[in-house]
Design a protein around this ligand. Structure first.
Ligand SMILES: C[S@@+](CC[C@H](N)C(=O)[O-])C[C@H]1O[C@@H](n2cnc3c(N)ncnc32)[C@H](O)[C@@H]1O
Length: 407
């Protein structure tokens, strides 16, 4: 028994060292929490190798094979906890209890003078989280069965709120249950894709403090619009398209376009680094309602169907515009990988031209990234004519309006 505890300790140290090395953990506070909480208490049925890899681990699957619950990838959790900037003695609400691991990490940070409440929708998940938290000695964490969209006013207001589940909008309850100056971190769908955004509350307005790309969370269940942006193009979901308005997507049409040879034009951008690709995707998603993003898992021996823009492990992704009859997508030039090309699939040239002009505008603006993007979330009843919205992009949601500009 002692031997296996030592083994787990060794694995944990290796995991945390790796998270520090890759820059996912940046503060001593978050590092200390990760070093003190053993992840295997929260994934009792998974092999240690999997528990202490930097991976998401699925823990509940729905009838259609979709993941309903999981333990988030540790580097993503660390990044979001860095965004949240919790301090000792604070009160925090988590939406998406899952295994309870993230709640335990937060309990370590806020300490005995603070409080952690975590919500989930399924009784079995709630019971599991309670059992795991008891096994790891974090019995002060309150696990409640409740639709996260409602928050939990009974134990509020909170200095911090974190969602570990994808949100199509900012529910009024979350803003109301934050203290003045409090911070909420959530995987928020801008138009079609999630970004992890930390917002600070001043009055009725939430203003972004930091924005991170590269996250994909299970969507909130029972929430209108939550799974609206992703359309599987093949039965096993190995190829999906993400768009703002999925009503316009006919999977057969999109697959037919992807099968065309298409034409290529120079996108006019040189020396585009990997991190700039994420910045460009955000710019395009916010500037054009026809933005589309493809994500593909390539099986062994298969060539893949989408142009090569971003590749990692067995995954490939690209993005561009979809007009309803024509796709214009980006790929890296096979001869000069720092250069981008526009691949046009379908009739006419105007979609490719529109894409190229967005790229030129992004370049001319100094290739702004997430660090220069500011998102302000206003309640619906605020007249934006009273706000210094200038040339900002406005995204209207069911219960909030996002005003996005680059500084
Ligand atoms: C990625 S998991 C959360 C991981 C968790 N924080 C951990 O440390 O293991 C997302 C969770 O959100 C929960 N969820 C989905 N919709 C929800 C809703 N409307 N309200 C509360 N929780 C919800 C799911 O049941 C799932 O357990």
């Amino acid at each position: 028994m002692e031997g296996s505890a030592d083994t787990a300790k060794g694995w944990l140290e290796k995991l945390v060292d790796g998270l520090v090395e890759k820059g996912a953990i940046q503060s001593a506070t978050v590092e200390g929490a990760f070093r003190r909480v053993a992840r295997h208490h929260f994934l009792p049925d998974a092999p240690l190798e999997q528990v202490y890899g930097d991976n998401a681990v699925t823990t509940k699957v729905g009838a259609a094979g979709q993941a309903l619950s999981s333990s988030t990838q540790p580097s993503i959790m660390a990044g979001m906890l860095e965004q949240l900037q919790l301090k000792a003695g604070q009160r925090v609400l988590e939406i998406g209890a899952g295994t309870g691991y993230n709640a335990a990490l937060m309990a370590e940070i806020v300490g005995p003078q603070g409080a952690v409440v975590t919500l989930d929708v399924d009784e079995d998940i709630v019971a599991g989280a309670r059992a795991h938290l008891a096994a790891s000695g974090h019995t002060a964490v309150q696990v409640v069965r409740r639709d996260g969209a409602l928050g939990y006013a009974e134990a509020g207001p909170y200095d911090g709120i974190i969602l570990t589940v994808g949100a199509p909008d900012i529910a009024p309850a979350w803003r109301e249950q934050l203290t003045e100056g409090g911070r909420i971190v959530l995987p928020l769908v801008l138009r079609s894709r999630q970004r992890s955004i930390a917002f600070d509350k001043r009055g009725d307005v939430l203003t972004s403090a930091s924005i991170r790309s590269g996250i994909v969370f299970i969507p909130l269940r029972d929430t209108p619009g939550a799974s609206e942006n992703v359309v599987p193009l093949v039965d096993d979901s190995s190829l999906v398209i993400e768009v703002a308005d999925t009503a316009r997507i006919d999977a057969g049409d999109v697959l037919r376009l992807l099968g065309l040879a298409g034409s290529r034009v120079d996108a006019g951008l040189r020396d585009v680094g990997p991190e700039e690709i994420a910045a460009l995707a955000t710019w395009l998603e916010l500037h054009d309602a026809d933005f589309c993003h493809f994500f593909e898992r390539i099986s062994e021996g298969a060539g893949g169907r989408v142009p090569r823009l971003v590749e990692f492990d067995v995954f490939r992704s690209t993005f561009g515009l979809y007009s309803g009859e024509t796709l214009a997508l980006l790929r890296r030039s096979p001869d000069a990988p720092g250069e981008l090309q526009v691949v046009q699939l379908g009739p006419g040239g105007s979609v490719a031209e529109r894409l190229t002009s967005h790229l030129a505008a992004w370049d001319a603006a100094g290739r702004p990234g997430n660090e220069r993007l500011r998102v302000r979330a206003f309640p619906l009843d605020v007249a934006l004519s009273d706000v210094d919205a200038g040339s900002a992009v406005v995204v209207r949601k069911r219960s909030s309006q996002l005003v996005c500009d680059w500084t």
